[in-house]
Design a protein around this ligand. Sequence first.
Ligand code: GCO
Length: 477
Amino acid sequence: MTREEWLRISAALSLGGLLPNNLLAELATSSELHRSDFGKDFVWGTATAAYQIEGAWNLDGKSESIWDHFTHHRKAKIKTRENGDVACDFYHRYESDIELMRQMNIPAFRFSLAWTRILPDGTGKVNQKGIDFYHRVIDKCLKENVAPWITCYHWDLPQILEDKGGWANRDSIRWFEEYVDVIAKAYGDKVKNWMVFNEPMAFVPLGYLIGVHAPGHINFSKFYKAVHNVVMCHGAGGRIIRNNVKGANIGTTFSCSHVDAKNDKPANTRAAARADAFINRLFLDPVMGLGYPKADLPACKHIEKHMQPGDEQLMAFDFDFVGLQNYSRMVVKKLALIPIIHVVNVPPKKLGHDITDMGWEVYPEGIYHLLKKYNSYKNIRKIIVTENGAAFPDEVVNGEVNDVKRLQFIKDYLAQVLRAKREGVKVDGYFIWSFMDNFEWAEGYRPRFGIVHTDFATQKRTIKASGKWFSEFLKNQ
Ligand code: GCO
């Protein structure tokens, strides 16, 4: 039996904890995947987000964000009743965290900026201490040779703007322009890689339609308005960065899942097309200049009602790259009573594959199909996988975390990325979600996505076996 086979079998039997770290490290070097297979311009990194790691929620002039408000005032919405007040305390530990990235040979760090540190009133007066914090983070990255990749918005709207209607208020386009203008001017000399949004298909429906994320609304009208305003902000944000940052590499990120119909009954095939239009195309298509996908998703008419003359052109932007974020797949069938999409998911545990701690199906081939799909958009110039990863229960045993399942997950997904690349798909980067375990939104701290373990009581970081593998992989060019 080869070591590779042994690893697969022990992972399947959940024997991960028994595998010694030295074997895992050896496996990394004997694995079929090599960094050089992806080409020398391929970008490698890990991703995080401000609210999930920073803590220091009310320090140095920072105001309350919708996530501060949500976790403090609607505690029952968070499964563990926890919040991001401290999180990974990155605000105070960014230096050692970025040093750790360098020690792990990780060339790029994707992180987001907290709007509430920069413009505590949402608009207007700039908070110099907030500006300075991100200068320190960026300078540290540059010093350690870790390229900073900035996400402008990863879900933490200033609460003061939510009180004025948040993303459902068309003024949000103006607010967002002001914010992006400030950060592009502040950091544009030092940072060339920018992403306008993180996953609109997550924060808009989860926050305005289903109410499970901040700001917690269950409101169709707010949802439709918010979709259109956020679509408009993609173009607005992209143009502001283009005008302010010389030589910028501008992208934005979209969550996506490969969608399969439960069977080939025509009603289910149409259901899969609707789910695909909703989950994968509602934001991507208009931003790529194709308008809302109303042929497959009739509910788009409720969004189009909010379009004003000239919006059609303004929604689109010529991004240098599109960030593809994938974790799992969806298998669906028709269910008329579900609003908007008239579709229901087959429960992932019925699909016969391994399931992560989030209850998501492990389905590496899905990322291959999505890469092919994105590649078929003629306006997508380049694709970067800006998030991929998995939560599994981890344990520190004798100072080590043998996260065999995560390691296998990453290798299997990467193999599919390589398969797509070899078939000519213009994919040019891969970021693991996440650098370290952090605050997983409504799930609290329980699901661990990091390749570095965070002990939230002591803030001790421990590189997991997956992290050791990644750093070996990155070293061997
Ligand atoms: C998202 C976000 C991350 C999550 C990650 C795991 O996709 O939801 O970008 O903030 O933590 O995806 O769920």
